[in-house]
Design a binder for this molecule. Structure first.
Ligand code: MTE
Length: 333
């Protein structure tokens, strides 16, 4: 089984091609983006590390309001098992500007750039080793799987964290609907990608393994915690958070949570995934939150917890094994 997907060379002219090895490291990836014309403001950022620069200042308050002023979700059940975490929920406007969505760029302005995402008539194809392959439209999904709210911790691989009130449905409900066959051992999730729309400068460099993909073992997908979000903060999912459907696996690092999913495929073998293809040493397929296993370039023992309040402020907290969800998932490993 090979985990490294040979990078595709779509959307690229010969003189733009850079040797793939230059990308096999997140920091190099970011440097490449800078080289490709993304502003120097990116420099302090690596991957999903945040920055205060986008909060409140450069952001257009009106645009931000618009991006989160979405239909309230009626008849919402608050799942009583997932309401309490011992930390406060982050302020909505902070979360709505503190995003990663590399298809739209690598700066902390991507919340604004992501507004280009076209979400009308969204379809999600479920394919591969299932008894009932099918394509859902979003209304189907919402009707079939009634929304519930779950308050989960969120932990980025680059050592920041927050608490978010997701709305959606458990992944195991979808499993019951499509019925994977006995051969299905893994699941691959593919994000929306259209080079004509998702173009930040540099994002057509052929060595980047677009579209963004993530994957789980089928037992992980069947776990109680594994969730598909269609909403957050009481309303539909804003585009910058991965509208209209994204993965939420709170015991894993945040990069596992693929946004704007268009395809879910059941497979016999472990699929290639975006960050793992870029650097398999730094971004493992499993990617469970673990304070005892440092990232090759920094410790995971503590995290910057982004606390509540209108501005960006944080306190240092100890990282919890499985991000505090060991009672649900430790038996899987
Ligand atoms: N999904 C897609 N399609 N593209 C991305 O760049 N970034 C990942 C994950 N899902 C990403 C993605 C990373 S690194 C993180 S930390 C989270 O989304 C951020 O989610 P948020 O912006 O809603 O906080």
């Amino acid at each position: 089984m090979t985990l490294i997907r040979i990078p595709q060379s779509w959307s690229i002219s010969e003189n733009q091609i850079t040797p793939p090895r230059l990308y096999y490291n997140r920091r190099n990836f970011i440097k490449t983006l800078i080289g490709a014309g993304i502003g120097a403001s990116l420099l302090p950022l690596t991957g999903c590390q945040g920055s205060t620069s986008g909060i409140g200042k450069s952001a257009s308050a009106v645009e931000l309001e618009k991006s989160i002023n979405l239909p309230k979700i009626d008849s919402l059940t608050k799942n009583p098992n997932f309401q309490q975490v011992d930390r406060p929920i982050v302020a909505e406007k902070v979360a709505a500007q503190y995003n990663n969505f590399y298809e739209f760029g690598g700066t902390k302005k991507i919340w604004l750039d992501a507004q280009k995402l076209p979400i009308e008539n969204w379809k999600v194809e479920v394919a591969g080793l299932v008894k009932n392959p099918r394509t859902y439209d979003l209304d189907d999904l919402k009707r079939k799987f009634p929304p519930e709210e779950r308050v989960y911790r969120f932990r980025c691989v680059e050592a920041w964290s927050m608490v978010l009130p997701w709305i959606g449905f458990p992944m195991k409900a979808l499993l019951a609907d499509v019925e994977p066959t006995a051969k299905a051992k893994f699941v691959s999730f593919t994000s929306f990608y259209d080079p004509e729309i998702t173009k930040g400068p540099g994002f057509h460099l052929g060595s980047l393994p677009w579209p963004y993909t993530e994957g789980l073992r089928i037992e992980e997908m069947a776990n109680d915690l594994a969730f598909f979000a269609t909403g957050i903060f009481g309303h539909d999912l804003p585009k910058q958070h991965g509208a209209p459907l994204r993965m939420v696996t709170p015991w894993k690092y945040g990069f596992k949570g693929a946004k704007s999913i268009v395809k879910i495929e059941f497979l016999a073998e472990q699929p290639a995934t975006y960050w793992n293809t870029l650097d398999p040493n730094e971004y493992k397929f499993e990617a469970n939150v673990n304070p005892d296993v440092p990232h090759p370039r920094w410790s995971q023992a503590t995290e910057k917890f982004i606390s509540t309040g209108p501005g960006l402020s944080w306190e240092i907290k100890e990282t919890l094994p499985y991000n505090g969800y060991g009672e649900y998932v430790a038996n899987l490993y």
